[in-house]
Design a protein around this ligand. Structure first.
Ligand code: GLP
Length: 247
């Protein structure tokens, strides 16, 4: 729960340290207002040998549409750092055999050596990527149908155009294989989802709660998003008393 540096700066610091230590790191990238704050804080780092996999994308939306995650990635990440676009993999969203292409996407992740750091936001209903409530906690990259709530939450980006019903997203099982998951969230609208993810029961109704099973997750939230955590005083105490080797 950083007061300062803020959520974006703290998360960008973790990503930057990884790329400095491992210039050919494999990153999992996410979209959304929360992670935008992370990309904005990435400065003067060499990303030329980094490989990246995007978490999700709408099906049937032109990649030049301003609401596409491709366009988001271009604006907030690819245009800011010197990443080699040939090393950036986007989930498949067109083609006759989408299911086969999703399997290929999974093989591509494995061929790259797996994801070192997966950046994540969280939906108000606890979704991770576009894994909506009731997603299998063992799911792989596949097509999903969005809930009305998520389509409504994302509507403002579409400027009056219809929000697609279908998406392709890494599965929860895919995300859990990343070696380190870094989740950022800000604002009171996320407080309930954050509390249920961290402290609630493990449940497919809150896909992000699957992160409780992961050996290395860093959750960075602001005070408003942390407001529902019943043990937040303890988390502060842990933070204050971390031994040097653990920082
Ligand atoms: C979308 C994305 C999620 C993201 C969520 C929250 O639904 N598919 O990966 O976590 O939005 O985004 P924001 O940070 O804008 O609230």
């Amino acid at each position: 729960m950083p007061a300062a540096p803020d959520v974006g700066t703290a998360a960008a610091g973790i990503m930057s340290r990884l790329v400095a230590e491992k210039p050919d790191a494999v990153l999992g990238l996410a979209t959304g207002a929360s992670v935008k704050r992370v990309y904005a804080e990435l400065h003067a780092l060499d990303f030329s040998r980094v490989t990246a996999f995007a978490l999700d994308e709408y099906v049937g939306l032109s990649r030049s549409h301003p609401a596409s995650f491709r366009a988001f990635m271009d604006e907030h990440f690819l245009s800011r750092v010197n990443v080699d676009r040939k090393r950036v993999h986007l989930p498949p969203t067109e083609g006759e055999d989408l299911a086969g292409l999703c399997e290929q996407f999974e093989r591509d992740i494995r061929a790259a050596g797996g994801i070192d750091l997966q950046l994540l936001g969280i939906g108000r209903d606890g979704h991770l990527g576009f894994n909506e409530p009731t997603s299998s906690l063992a799911s792989r990259t596949r097509i999903k149908t969005l809930t009305g709530r998520t389509r409504e939450a994302n509507r403002s980006a579409f400027g009056g155009d219809e929000v697609p019903r279908h998406v392709v997203t890494m599965g929860i099982g895919t995300i859990l294989e990343a070696r380190h998951c870094l989740l950022v969230a800000g604002g009171s609208a996320k407080a309930d989802a954050v509390a249920r993810m961290v402290e609630g029961p493990l449940s497919a109704m809150v896909p992000a709660s699957a992160l409780q099973l992961h050996p290395r997750v860093t959750v960075i939230v602001d005070e408003a998003a942390a407001a529902g955590l019943s043990m937040r005083d303890y988390y502060r105490e842990v933070q204050r008393n971390k031994p040097d080797w653990q920082r």
